[in-house]
Design a protein around this ligand. Sequence first.
Ligand code: GDP
Length: 597
Amino acid sequence: MSDNGELKPIELPSSITVRELSEHLQASPIDVIKTLMANGVMANINQEIDFDTAAIIAAELGFDAQLEISEAESGKDISEIPLWRQWIAKETPKNLQPRPPVIGILGHVDHGKTTLLDAIREANVAEGEVGGITQHIGAYQVKHNDRFISFIDTPGHAAFTAMRARGAQGADIVVLVVAADDGVMPQTREAIAHAQAARVPIIVALNKIDRPNAVPDQVKQQLAEIGLVPDEWDGDTLVIPISAKEQKGLDDLLEAILLVADNTKIYANPNGEVFGTVIEASQERGRGAVATLLVQNGTLKTGDVVVTGQSHGRIKAMFDYQGVAIKKAPPSSPISVMGLDEIPAAGEIFKVVESTKVARTIVHDRQLQGEQSGAAKHAGMTLEQLFARVQSGEAQELRLIIKADVQGSLEPIISSLEEMQVEDIRVNILHADTGNVSENDVMLASSSDAIIIGFNVNPDPPARRLADTEKVSIRSYNIIYRLTEDIDKALRGLLAPEQKEVVLGRANVLAVFSASKIGKAAGCRVVEGTLYRNAFMRVMRGDEAVFEGEAASLKRHQEDVREVREGFECGIGMKGFNDFEDGDQVVCYKIEEVKVF
Ligand code: GDP
């Protein structure tokens, strides 16, 4: 409890183990178990308890528990959650309001992403008021059942490669387009990896069902095999058959989106700090830098000063996705803005600050540090840094992307890596495929803090360059056991508790005498701490350790004792050591295991 007797606020998930709860409450698990018992709940340390129970225990231990906004936002691995979501998680829960879901459309090339985005827009967006032409600003909104849904609409854009990695992070839900006549392809798997890395739910749009060669059931089987088990087969992935070309099934898809949105807790504080993501940006003649922004929290207004990366400026004008000039943009609205001094990068986070002066200072600092904000700051890491994060408890898994020459080598690598788990830390293979290490692999690694393992393959030159700038680590192997050995060694190396010597006491040898049973013994005086019979002993002669081992006997006045404290005299015999000399010092110590976690 805080000093003034008030309960301290704390956020807890909908279900939590007793151990985790004790960590959250900084209490001993025993106290938590006792408090549970006092409330009539018998639980062991690994048992899950629900939020309501946890909240009662928390209150008794001085905390005011609030339900976490989202399971995925649990503070434990917050570093893997997109920055904007971490920021929203900091808002006071009572200020949060539902906002429209933001949808990213991903999928293999030619499976129909563009056609689907166009079809949804055509069917649902009223003609723009300005000149009757709908503006293409890289994002749009539709209304279904009187509710807004925002779509990120950038598949054809050059920035899309980057957006695929980061756009999945900007979205609340990913619609994965899979052609019913082509099935699961490499970019399908990649897209799934992106969505899963960003912890974004996936809805499958099973497209092109109008095609005579469509084999929807076969494709569902493939999806099930890679973990997206269709709803109709008792899985939890909604698979919606559609024809983007014939505009069939679109309403079902929108319906599914709203259903998933309702289960995903999509919130923001419209009156809070204003921030969001840059969708795309370009230099336009007569208008300067024009950027499409997605507001994710707060309400952006004309006149606000915005900083993004190393670009800043006062919003001079703001337009909605239909090109209509607006003055305010609430959460989840895609807008295009004028007023930035430079073109920001797609995927960057933007933020409103108090004044141009503050904006300039931030940009200046960023320039000095050579740092880039938001997504760009989210640079990749080396294996060592990754391990350090695991070690510090920041991450609970080692994320890997594996590329191999042939399927035949991929399988044994995956199965042996998947088996590796040391305590709670496991290897998480985000993506595994055949082929060289590509730019997309690097992008995925960068956005999800993974490292790339190449087996008998090399990175493509552009991938190598990108890996250099994004600081993504690529490790190459050509022998499987070397690869697994490295990962295993590293995992275990991390987990092996550090051993530390703790000196318990020191005694100076004053005389050496023969004792009947144990050979030579030393008459000593304890000059520091305490000597314990069961602890380790080291005999020092000057700076040199002449013996290391255990005591055979520890006596005071002929009587065996367990310990002798500072200032007292005693007789010590060592197991297997008979060479005491006057002037030796006996150091008594124990080995403490300093646990890494
Ligand atoms: P993207 O690369 O994923 O954006 O795919 P596109 O939207 O460009 O579509 C690739 C091709 O598939 C185009 O020729 C589309 O006309 C065609 N296509 C897209 N959706 C459908 C569909 O539902 N049915 C049929 N028959 N063709 C489609």
